[in-house]
Design a protein around this ligand. Structure first.
Ligand SMILES: [Zn+2]
Length: 220
């Protein structure tokens, strides 16, 4: 379910809200499994990159997600020919900031393959300085035209933050950093009708889009 479309990187930044499982909805080193004599991967010149508009990129992602949902995944670009191709350079058509949850791997739930997506993953799909730097790299050097923040149902990081905010639980160790990042979404979602966790997940993804847009090199 698409919940927001925003302009970013001179293109469209999208938040997809991915349902979990049933309802769901690279650099200098050659990919694992590439032949030993394959040419060394290189940083791609964005001017050499295939021109995939943000709108086309989004359609590819939505179409792939629909294939996944309907158990018609094609698992494109995952054969040995593709490994050799991307060893020469990468031109991912989209950047995806996703949760680290093991059940929502972007290449799987969006039915894409090697070299298609530049994926940054942190629990709760939160934005950190390192995440922003990674997004900037892909936008500036790899020719990616679309940034997607991918939230998902039953997100444990958001649920844990809810428990802190609503029940006064204390996060352990460095989990507090995640809670601090997600807390504003939970607070905002408290006033919305409907399921609090679902709302907090959506609001969290939208706030992360706003966070990315506030980065000078990303926003236009
Ligand atoms: Zn999650």
């Amino acid at each position: 379910m698409k919940t927001l479309s925003k302009r970013i990187l001179g293109s469209v930044a999208i938040v997809l809200f991915a349902g979990l499982i049933v309802t769901l909805r690279a650099k200098d080193v050659p990919p694992a499994g590439a032949p030993a004599n394959a040419p060394a991967a290189r940083h791609a010149d964005p001017h050499d990159a295939p021109k995939v508009s943000a709108e086309s990129a989004l359609k590819r992602l939505v179409d792939g997600n629909e294939r996944y949902i309907s158990a018609k995944a094609e698992r494109p670009n995952q054969n040995s020919d593709r490994r050799v191709e991307v060893a020469k350079g990468q031109h991912p058509f989209a950047i995806v900031l996703a949760c680290a949850d093991s059940r929502v791997s972007p290449e799987v739930v969006l039915d894409q393959g090697l070299g298609d997506l530049f994926v940054v993953r942190l629990a709760g799909n939160v934005v950190s300085d390192e995440a922003i730097a990674s997004i900037e790299y892909a936008a500036a050097h790899l020719g990616s035209s679309l940034v997607v923040v991918l939230g998902h149902q039953k997100c444990g990081a958001v649920k844990a933050t809810m428990d802190v905010v609503l029940k006064g639980e204390h996060p352990h160790g460095n989990i507090a950093f995640l809670v601090d990042a997600i807390r504003p979404a939970v607070v905002r979602a408290k006033g919305l009708p409907g399921d609090l966790l679902d709302n907090a997940i959506k609001v969290n993804a939208l706030l992360m889009v706003d966070e990315i847009k506030r980065t000078p090199r990303c926003a236009r």
